[in-house]
Write a protein that binds this ligand. Structure first.
Ligand SMILES: *Cc1c(COP(=O)(O)O)cnc(C)c1O
Length: 349
């Protein structure tokens, strides 16, 4: 296998950070009880409780689609509905898994340009119908940061949770990049979750530097009833659970969870700053977390592709660049230089 130059098409292109690998090796040092009844899993759950400063119930699953889908299913009956943004990962990128695992709970979409939900949009959707023919609104899910890299402030989350409480809705947070939001806000994990009214958080590990795995954190322990059975039935109960859980101990206790995210965010800012003066290139969204979405003439994008760069254009409508814990600043600068060069090809100059 040849090692290819680093790409920024997805934060999932990154490998696992040293802390995660160290934990894997430590957890591999001997045998341990299976199916999560081991000391590593206990310690990882305690690390989350310390980090979040509350006695939450914690579960470990393989990926984000399962985390979101099972968390939403646990908040819903099949005749309920889930309010989300039209750009939400649960709607656009989970292949109907939330509906599947909830046995049919319907997603109600709020149109949104930047991926954010607003209290007004929630109120409109939740009160559009109250008759028996329409699936009863039961949950709101927000993505922090959104799929377009927009970070909800504490005030915004509080305003959303206030509407949820008023209308009898539970609040779920898809935190596939939760650490990046904490890094951007400079607040405690508690402040932007349970203290702001979030009931359940899916905390992404994969995009934060783990090899694999996400945590589902129930701040309201009553909502976690039988969640272990739900995980098992969905094929999400790891028999050697310690390999999913132990990396979190190192990630959290060492502070790498936050450092990794700060680094990704800083690299996004770095790229944005280095292309800011190019008239042919615009930011599609403000850079608030670890992504940069660029709008540029198709010829510029083609030239970038010809220079070997990979990027997606099906999310948000622009060319997306994502920066993970391992983003090499020199490679970010190379990308910026290549964008600059692509803008100067004769046809465009
Ligand atoms: C990556 C991501 C997920 C999880 O995706 P999986 O591929 O299932 O792990 C969930 N939500 C958002 C917003 C994501 O970006």
């Amino acid at each position: 296998m040849t090692i290819e130059p680093q790409q920024f098409a997805s934060d999932n292109y990154a490998g696992a950070c040293p802390e995660a690998l160290e934990a894997m090796l430590a957890a591999n040092a001997g045998s341990a009880v299976a199916y999560g009844d081991d000391g590593w899993t206990q310690r990882a759950s305690d690390s989350f409780r310390t980090l979040f400063e509350t006695d939450a119930e914690v579960f470990f699953v393989f990926n984000g689609t399962a985390a979101n889908s099972l968390a939403l299913a646990s908040l819903c009956q099949s005749y309920h509905s889930v309010i989300c943004s039209s750009a939400a990962h649960v709607e656009t990128d989970e292949c109907g898994a939330p509906e599947f695992f909830s046995n049919g709970s319907k997603l109600l979409l709020a149109p949104s340009a930047d991926g954010k939900l607003t209290p007004e949009a929630i109120r409109t959707l939740a009160s559009s119908r109250s008759d028996i023919h329409f699936p009863k609104p039961r949950v709101v899910t927000i993505t922090q940061p959104t799929e377009t890299g927009q970070v909800y402030s504490i005030t915004e989350v509080r305003a959303i949770s206030a509407v949820c409480r008023e209308l009898g809705l539970k609040l779920h947070m898809d935190g596939a990049r939760f650490a990046h939001a904490c890094a951007a806000l400079g607040c405690t994990p508690a402040a932007i979750t349970w203290e702001a009214g979030v009931d359940v958080l899916c905390f992404g590990g994969t995009k934060n530097g783990l090899m694999i795995g996400e945590a589902v954190i129930f701040f309201d322990r009553a909502l976690a009833e039988d969640f272990d059975y739900r995980c098992k039935q969905a094929g999400q109960l790891a028999s050697k659970m310690r390999f999913l859980s132990a990396p979190w101990i190192w990630l959290i206790d060492s502070g790498a969870w936050l450092r990794n995210a700060e680094h990704g965010n800083a690299c996004a800012e770095r790229l944005a700053a280095r292309v800011a003066d190019l008239p042919a290139v615009q930011l599609l969204f403000p850079v608030q977390a670890n992504s940069v979405f660029l709008v540029a003439p198709e010829a510029v994008l083609d030239e970038l592709r010809a220079l070997g760069w990979r990027f997606y254009t099906f999310i948000g409508g622009g060319a997306r660049f994502m920066f993970a814990w391992d983003a090499d600043p020199a490679r970010v600068d190379q990308l910026a230089a290549d964008i600059r060069a692509a803008c100067e090809v004769p046809a465009l100059a």
